[in-house]
Design a binder for this molecule. Structure first.
Ligand SMILES: Nc1nc2c(c(=O)[nH]1)N[C@H]1C(S)=C(S)[C@@H](COP(=O)(O)O)O[C@H]1N2
Ligand SMILES: [Mo]
Length: 372
């Protein structure tokens, strides 16, 4: 492709049928780690175990020097340092965040990008200022339709040099439920560098791309934002020319804590024969999860799991459990979530060109050795 970036301005690509994960995808996978699935045991993911996704480099940022500007269609433009932000009443929300590309590496054909299996997810307690409090302070002018959020990281993607930027429709930015946060703490401590130090957006219920890290500017606009991460990336399209639909809220998903213990290389689980309890987490960013079912015969038969009662954390995952008696042989275990809107998880892949919002059920291979 012609243009200032020559060879590196290649469009998004689909892998050939027999093509393995490339060194480029491996480089992304090594930078952007997932949640080790055994960490689904924690209500709130311990620091360092939450998944990480960074398009470009992690910017070096000192909290003392940081400024957040708020401008565009507002009555009074603001420039706020961390002390000014901490002077607003703080709120904390427990939020399950999932990368929109979670599950992509299982798709066929595979969209070439960060090759998540199913582990691009985590839950944290985010503390900060409600975005609507900042916008009330600035005063929203008539005619404002969107809020555009700009991060301090910079890169080039498919030939387009850019700061990482995303927008939200004004109605979503103003909440109140879910309440969007400008967060400065994760699990009670300042944000770690990889999670947006010192400031990020948190948009409960939405896929990860909306939660802009290293947040340095909020601009209210009179027209919808058409930047790369809005109009080109993060759209559900079947072909390259299709304008597609924007990726927004998280589709329902259940994940199982892999039972037993793993084989080092294949990750096949070994479970000794006898009764055991299967457990995991389920979430949806669209409506509360109302049901989790389990299959121990590769999706042929399903039975009801017990779902933990709602605990007031409407935007966080819920625990589920189901009994199973392991019998000698090989098994494929799965779980599937359904939400109050009636949405559930498909057994055949919901394919799109970016591999977004794909909530195909997880398959966990288990080997149960003969008794005794
Ligand atoms: N500034 C900036 N914000 C960003 C990103 C980024 O690359 N730059 N990645 C987004 C994506 S795609 C995801 S999935 C989430 C990941 O957040 P986490 O690394 O804290 O889990 O951050 C989002 N916010
Ligand atoms: Mo993401």
């Amino acid at each position: 492709m012609d243009g200032p970036f020559g060879d590196i301005s290649t469009p998004g690509r689909l892998a050939d049928p027999a093509e393995g994960v490339s060194p480029e995808e491996l480089a992304l996978a090594a930078r952007n780690h997932g949640l080790p699935l055994e960490a689904l045991r924690y209500d709130v993911t311990p620091p360092g175990l939450h998944y990480v996704l960074v398009h470009y480099d992690i910017p070096y940022a000192e909290a003392d020097d940081w400024q957040l500007t708020v401008g565009g269609r507002v009555r009074t433009a603001l420039a706020l340092d961390l002390a000014a932000l901490r002077a607003f009443p703080a709120v904390t929300h427990r939020v399950t965040m999932e990368c929109a590309g979670n599950g992509r590496a299982r798709l066929s054909p595979r969209p070439v990008s960060q090759p998540w299996l199913v582990e691009g997810v985590g839950t944290a307690e985010w503390t900060g200022v409600p975005l609507r409090a900042l916008l009330a302070e600035a005063g929203v002018e008539p005619g404002a339709v969107e809020a555009v959020f700009t991060g301090a990281d910079h890169g080039v993607e498919r030939g387009v040099e850019q700061d990482y930027q995303r927008s939200l429709p004004l109605a979503d930015a103003l909440g109140p439920d879910p309440e969007v946060l400008v967060a400065y703490e994760m699990n009670g401590a300042p944000l770690p560098p990889q999670h947006g130090h010192p400031l990020r957006l948190v948009v409960p219920g939405w896929y990860g791309m909306a939660h802009v890290k290293w947040l340095r500017d909020i601009t209210l606009t009179a027209t919808p934002f058409t930047g790369f991460q809005q109009q080109v990336a993060y759209r559900i399209r079947q072909s390259a020319g299709d304008p597609g639909e924007p990726v927004t809220r998280i589709a329902p998903r259940a994940l199982m804590i892999p039972p037993g213990f793993p084989d080092f290389m294949s990750r096949t689980r070994v479970v000794h024969p006898g009764p055991c309890v299967l457990e995991g987490r389920a979430w949806s960013g669209r409506a509360p999860v109302t049901r989790v079912e389990v299959s121990t015969d590769d999706g042929r038969g399903w039975y009801e799991a017990e779902l933990a009662p709602a605990d007031g954390h409407d935007w966080a995952w819920r625990r589920w459990r189901a009994p199973w008696t392991a019998t000698p042989g090989s098994h494929v275990l799965s779980a599937r979530a359904t939400d109050a809107g009636g949405a559930t998880q498909p057994l055949t892949q919901p394919w799109n060109r970016g591999g977004f919002a794909n909530n195909l059920v997880q398959r966990v291979s288990v080997y149960c050795p003969p008794d005794g």
